[in-house]
Design a protein around this ligand. Structure first.
Ligand code: SF4
Ligand code: SF3
Length: 540
């Protein structure tokens, strides 16, 4: 195997024996083959005219989502998807006599799939700028596919997104120059903005406009079901099925922002949020005592303590873990979780929890207080915003983000989104000019909200987006964050600081371009980064 797509890749270089995330070589190889046959499928679908089969775009979005870090560890499901991709492809007319192998390949058996996986891994291991750019593009495409999948599962689709996804995947079947790859990566960011805006519309039109909301983190004395991941529609269906059941429902991780949407307020059994970011799940799921529903990333290999009460759905999967499927009409039957919950003791209160969390400060909510925000900036009560969006992770060096948040001067406000916020959203950072010092827009996809807020401020002050008093200190872990990074670059944001490590797939040459053209930097020390991002903070 050769996988270097996430922030915790082995030695900052690549996972080659097994994944730090728990992905084994078999699964890694199957994922590579699935992506490769999707390239062949995309090529044929586009060559047959436009998007000859309109279902292919959605199939590819789902398939790519499954290959994102911490989504699907189940080799059997991936094998099935490879067969489905080939079957879909072979329903399309052949695209001429010189089709790429990925558009015609039919594996004789599992050994043939394994051999193909070996070829793809050997090719990925080559260390040069072109391979670095190919990995950057693929990571961005995975993030794009994932966000598009979320929007489409709520019925919001956009052919320009699926057309680009297929064009960019198919393009890599022939040798591309570094310039072509840079162009596609930048276009991926632009299409990423379209997909993030689509998801924003899907969420707000389906669940209502989010409003600033406080969320309880204490537990009740009834049995509970814990819902994690990003798929709000799954939570909604589960809540409909648990009305008057005597079971409480708690959000976990990236599901926290659900509490801010009006559609989720009418459920008295949705009682609060339990736990923090994804990497603490082994301990938190064990203490929760009741069933856990994993809707998307991040799932980590489950511990024995809760293995008999964890369920996956959607793109998430793990061998031996029951998977809740979807009916043709889009409904899911969560009765296995409900039955399991009825036999479960109530959750255990987590040590250190109890403080209410605030979420829902998406662009619509900030719009409602725009006058006060502009006034606070004009009066000097708010001197600077620092965007600290992205992912959390398990390495000790991520303590940096707590220290950074604590060290920020009292007239600075943190704009956050994604699970990165769990490092500081329970700190008592107070307010600046009457505005909370941590503005949580929501899930990682709600980073889009932060861009809208920045654009609104730029308009209010009649300046460009880079002339605003906003610094970017982004934490990344997986490929959704890569797409968010490309989207920020596409809207013209410069001087982004990224951490805790830079992507292992960036070659020195590609990094050099990102530094030169976009001012990308890696985090250093809290003191040094503060001095750079909030200049007068250096003197206290
Ligand atoms: Fe390694 Fe990350 Fe790939 Fe997992 S997803 S195998 S940790 S690089
Ligand atoms: Fe987190 Fe997995 Fe990226 Fe949606 S839940 S941000 S890491």
């Amino acid at each position: 195997m050769f996988c270097n797509q996430c922030e915790e890749t082995a030695r900052g270089c690549a996972c080659t024996a097994s994944g730090v995330c728990g992905k084994n070589p078999e699964t890694a190889g199957l994922q590579d083959v699935l992506i490769w046959v999707c390239r062949g499928l995309a090529h044929r679908n586009l060559t047959a005219g436009g998007q000859a089969n309109p279902d292919v775009g959605m199939f590819i979005a789902g398939a790519l989502f499954g290959t994102l870090t911490n989504v699907d560890f189940d080799p059997e499901r991936i094998r099935r998807l490879i067969r489905e991709a080939i079957a879909l492809r072979d329903l399309l007319p052949p695209a001429g006599s010189d089709e790429p192998e990925a558009s015609t390949w039919v594996p004789a058996d599992d050994a043939a799939i394994e051999a193909k996986a070996g070829e793809i891994a050997a090719d990925a291991a080559i260390d040069d700028d072109v391979h670095s750019l190919r990995t950057l593009l693929l990571a961005g495409l995975k993030g794009l596919a994932a966000y598009y999948y979320h929007a489409a599962s709520l019925g919001y689709t956009d052919e320009t997104v699926t057309a680009f996804l297929q064009r960019a995947l198919a393009a890599d079947l022939r040798p591309l120059t570094a310039e072509e790859l840079v162009g596609l990566a930048m276009e991926c960011g632009t299409v990423g903005v379209t997909a993030l805006a689509l998801l924003d519309r899907a969420n707000t039109e389906t669940f209502g406009q989010p409003a600033i909301t406080t969320v309880r983190t204490t537990v009740g004395d009834r049995p509970g079901i814990l819902v994690t991941g990003h798929e709000l529609g799954d939570l909604k269906q589960l809540l409909d099925q648990t009305r008057d059941s005597g079971i409480d429902v708690y959000t976990h991780g990236e599901m926290l922002p659900a509490h801010a949407y009006p559609a989720f307020r009418g459920y008295p059994q949705l009682v609060g949020n339990y736990g923090g970011a994804w990497w603490k799940q082994a301990d938190e799921f064990a203490r929760f005592n009741g069933p856990v529903l994993v809707t998307t990333n991040c799932i980590v290999p489950p511990r024995e303590a809760y293995r008999d009460r964890i369920f996956t759905t959607g793109p998430a999967g793990f061998p031996g873990v029951p998977h809740i499927g979807v009916a043709r009409d889009g409904t899911k039957d969560f009765s296995p979780l409900i039955e399991r919950a009825k036999r479960s003791p109530p959750p255990e209160q987590l040590p250190g929890s109890g403080r209410e969390l605030t979420t829902g400060c998406a662009h619509q909510a900030v719009d409602a207080i725009a006058g006060s925000v502009v006034e606070a900036i004009r009066s000097g009560a708010i001197r600077r915003f620092v965007v600290m969006a992205g992912c959390d992770g398990r390495q000790p060096e991520r303590e940096y983000y707590i220290e950074f948040a604590e060290a920020l001067p009292k007239d600075t406000v943190i704009l956050t989104a994604g699970c990165a916020k769990y490092r500081y959203n329970a700190l008592d950072l107070g307010t600046a000019g009457g505005i909370p010092r941590v503005i949580d827009a929501g899930q990682c996809n709600d980073s889009y909200s932060l861009v809208v807020i920045a654009q609104q401020l730029a308009n209010a002050f009649g300046v460009g987006i880079n002339d605003l008093p906003i610094s970017y200190n982004i934490a990344w872990y997986e490929q959704k964050a890569v797409l968010v990074l490309l989207a920020l670059l596409a809207v013209g944001v410069k001087d982004i600081t990224l951490g805790p490590r830079l992507p292992g797939f960036l070659s020195p040459g590609v990094l050099d371009v990102l530094v030169r053209e976009f001012g990308l930097k890696k985090i250093t020390t809290v003191g040094e980064d503060l001095a750079r991002m909030v200049p007068s903070a250096a003197g206290g």
